[in-house]
Design a binder for this molecule. Sequence first.
Ligand code: PLP
Length: 407
Amino acid sequence: MRNPTSLAINRSADIVEGAPVTATVDLAAIRHNARILQERAGEAELMAVIKADAYGHGARPVARAAHEAGVRHYGVARLPEGIHLREDGHTGRILVLGAPSPEQLPRYADHDLDLTVSSADVAAAVLRRASPTAPLRVHVKVDTGMGRLGLPPDDVPAILARLSDAPGVRLAGLWTHFATADASGSAFAQTQLDRFRAVVEAVDVDVEHVHAANTGALLTVGEPAYDFGASLVRSGIALYGLAATPELSARLDLRPAMRLTARVTQLKTVPAGTPISYGARWQAPRRTRIATLGAGYGDGYPRRGSGRASVRIGGASCPVVGTICMDMCMIDLGPPDQAPATRVERGDEAVLFGPAGPTAHEVAQWSDTIPYEIFCGVSPRVPRRYTDRADDASVQARPVQPAASDA
Ligand SMILES: *Cc1c(COP(=O)(O)O)cnc(C)c1O
């Protein structure tokens, strides 16, 4: 196996220099967040959830950074995500959180991936396929109230007993997932935890790890959600520097890792009454300076934010005006003879979201969604640029930081 720390990260300047839109990911922030989460999780071990290309941040570099921070458990959603990670040389445990299809089972054995036993059908397929020469590592999932994947609690002891008797099966986990843990003091999260505890107590076979907590449960339910002994905390969003709400985010010293920036591709001064963008729904209320930015909903900047979003540029917050287009959007820099208009030139970068604001929470609010969807929505065509503010002088020295105030 190759050492994951030797993985090359694509920092190729010709891909990102001058790009109209760029997602800059700070790997030092990922490492910092991983350490903070591990600290909070106490005796439990952190599972870094890096599904959906690490919530848009890039699974390879994020997995590498997490590894550097001591992470040895990874969670992905789909089989190919797990295979890619294994092929990149990671030797830690990789759990595919989604339901496997029976024909995929040999691939789990081939790549030493942990699989989710999400139903009696999957359990039966595992019992048929597992063999001592191609063992399967399984995490049996209990549906305690999420209503998505998992066995009914009453079915678990019998199925676990059968799996435990099968020679080619390794009981790597017993787990569940919360539906409402993002809300502090959720009675339903407590109900789910009680149901899960009852299952754990009813089971009398050895299981490597018992796990329930996601980021929300780590922060709101706290220790009872991960004090099972040999537990894991499956954290995704907090690894990227946020929790589901600003209030939850503030409970840990997290650092948002991603900054999405777009360049000014055109500047013009327009007279009062000038319509801007599709539908001509916005007209300049006065003579004003308009900048066109090279990012739109095709890059993951939600069209739904039209009329509500703003960006940071020239040391100010400027509103996005008119309808957000697929590849571009327009912002109002205000009176042409005043800052920020006087400070902004073609080629400058505006921050669509980042650690210094606007935050991904705000972008989510403007478009009636959650930060998860904002991150995952940053489309593959947006070049990712990786920085490492803690220890990578060569990257720091590059003229790639658009605003010193963002550091
Ligand atoms: C995505 C996911 C997580 C991570 O959730 P966060 O809220 O991002 O911490 C944990 N467990 C399961 C089953 C998931 O699907």
